[in-house]
Design a protein around this ligand. Structure first.
Ligand code: F6R
Length: 242
């Protein structure tokens, strides 16, 4: 794992955006695996800025997102499809048809998981997967479990994830209890992984993920087994490992 130390959130966002931009420039038709949540917001802002100043085009880029809440329509303000449109896709020259998220409204759960795995397979895999880190060590919505899950699956979110994500909803009862997520095997199949972590509150779990035992109880610990992971963290997040 390569560790890149950033001063603060802004610096982390710029450094990580630089890595994604380099990937796009080197392979304009690359497949990016994308994440939602608070951590990547600054990265997307930086990418939009570079696009607006003419130095970055997304015209050939294809994307697959890690996850989506079950039960939320794409137009719902808290859906991850809405988040991606709002924070990136609507501000750059990407072909929206080339951007993919699980369908939160799919009626047949198993069929939706198979469909999403097939979307990724048809793209011949992910060139660079962007990941944030949950407070309980989750990546995507792969929550702590007894075993690593392989492909796309539907998970019941843990109380800690529901609590953490409730900040974006009016009431905690509004947070969906289930979500679709890419599996660990799919994430580990990405050619490169870019893990971004910010804030003191993530320092402990980041140390566990990077230097603790590899265990499905800390899903991000599996990244220790991936051959090409870059971690970009701010000083607070890296304070226990830097
Ligand atoms: C989001 C995702 C999650 C987040 C994680 C950290 O698509 O897959 O694993 O990356 O929950 O969220 P933030 O960045 O909000 O702390």
């Amino acid at each position: 794992m390569q560790i890149i130390k950033a001063k603060d959130y802004k610096d982390m966002s710029r450094k990580a955006a630089g890595i994604l931009a380099a990937q796009i420039i080197m392979k304009p038709d690359c497949v990016l695996g994308l994440a939602t949540g608070s951590t990547p917001v600054g990265i997307y802002e930086q990418l939009i800025q570079w696009h607006k100043t003419g130095s970055l085009s997304f015209a050939g880029v294809r994307t697959v997102n890690l996850d989506e809440y079950k039960g939320l329509a794409p137009g719902h303000e808290q859906s991850y499809r809405y988040f991606m449109d709002d924070h990136l896709f609507s501000h750059v020259d990407i072909d929206k048809k080339a951007t993919h998220t699980p369908d939160g409204l799919a009626e047949d759960e198993a069929a939706e998981c198979r469909r999403y795995d097939e979307v990724i397979r048809q793209m011949q895999g992910v060139d660079m997967q962007l990941l944030g880190l949950g407070h309980n060590g989750h990546i995507g919505f792969n929550e702590p479990a007894e075993a690593f899950q392989k492909g796309t699956h539907c998970v019941t979110l843990t109380e800690s994830t529901i609590q953490a994500n409730s900040r974006l909803f009016e009431r905690i009862e509004d947070v969906p209890r289930q979500a679709y997520t890419m599996g660990i095997k799919t994430i580990m199949g990405a050619k490169k992984i870019l893990l971004v972590v910010s804030g003191q509150d993530k320092a402990g779990i980041l140390r566990e993920a990077c230097f603790g035992p590899v265990t499905p109880k800390v899903p991000a610990s599996v990244l220790q087994l991936h051959p090409d992971v870059t971690l970009v963290g701010d000083a607070e997040a890296l304070s226990l490992i830097g």
